[in-house]
Design a binder for this molecule. Structure first.
Ligand SMILES: Cc1cc2nc3c(=O)[nH]c(=O)nc-3n(C[C@H](O)[C@H](O)[C@H](O)COP(=O)(O)O)c2cc1C
Length: 210
């Protein structure tokens, strides 16, 4: 099993999303010793924002791109290759201002690529090309946005992930949302982490069985 593991938190060892992601991998490794992990640290290596050259090159068919156009897409091409080359995906990230951290938005802008991660068929329909990759979105939130909480309507993170990755063909992702891990009483914070560790263990064990 080849897993692409993407981290986004600028915090090092203190990061909740990094710790939880590590737990998932260790759990998976117990039953899948052949596991290969490709770790992509977006906090250490933020993908570039989209440039004008990118906007032009991306819609020019690959066979007629100039060397400059290939250059403008080089980082994006490399990121897409890592994504397409994985059998399974783990995206770990903090919620920042109710949505994805900006490094992850820059990552999305680099990987949603026509004729690479999606295509348009002859009827004009969009077809995602990522296929049936097992996918976990692991998010950590300082506040509690679970249904029933006064902040439940503020979740602008889950819809972004569902839309962008659904478009590329990831239709059945699993979400583990650790919340509240910061703006809450100590007991509620530790309960949220225990819950998230438990959910991740269960997913890792399910993956190992299939
Ligand atoms: C710049 C910034 C913005 C944040 N915005 C939110 C937010 O909108 N909602 C929320 O619940 N928590 C928010 N938080 C709290 C983080 O999501 C929370 O601390 C999370 O555990 C961080 O993950 P990490 O430990 O992996 O970095 C924010 C934290 C920072 C530093």
């Amino acid at each position: 099993l080849k897993l692409l593991h993407v981290d986004c938190s600028p915090k090092g060892a203190r990061s909740n999303s990094r710790m939880l992601g590590q737990h998932f991998i260790e759990r998976l490794r117990r039953t899948a010793p052949m596991l290969i992990v490709d770790h992509l640290d977006l906090a250490a290596n933020p993908p570039p924002h989209i440039t004008e050259a990118f906007t032009i090159a991306t819609y020019v068919p690959q066979t007629i791109r100039t060397p400059e156009m290939h250059q403008a897409l080089a980082i994006s091409d490399a990121l897409c290759k890592r994504l397409l080359g994985a059998d399974a995906l783990l995206f770990a990230m903090p919620m920042y201002n109710w949505t994805v951290p900006s490094v992850f938005k820059a990552f999305i802008d680099n990987i949603v690529r026509q004729d690479v991660t999606y295509s348009v068929d002859t009827d004009g329909r969009y077809v995602g090309k990522l296929g049936a990759k097992k996918t976990v979105f692991l998010t950590t939130r300082g506040a509690d946005l679970r249904s029933g909480s006064p902040l439940a309507d503020m979740d602008a993170l889950t819809p972004v992930l569902r839309a962008a990755f659904g478009f590329m063909g990831i239709l059945d992702p699993v979400f583990v949302d650790a919340q509240p891990v910061q703006f809450a009483q100590e007991a509620d914070r530790s309960e949220a982490l225990v819950r998230a560790y438990g959910e991740l263990s269960a997913i890792a064990d399910r993956w190992s069985e299939s």
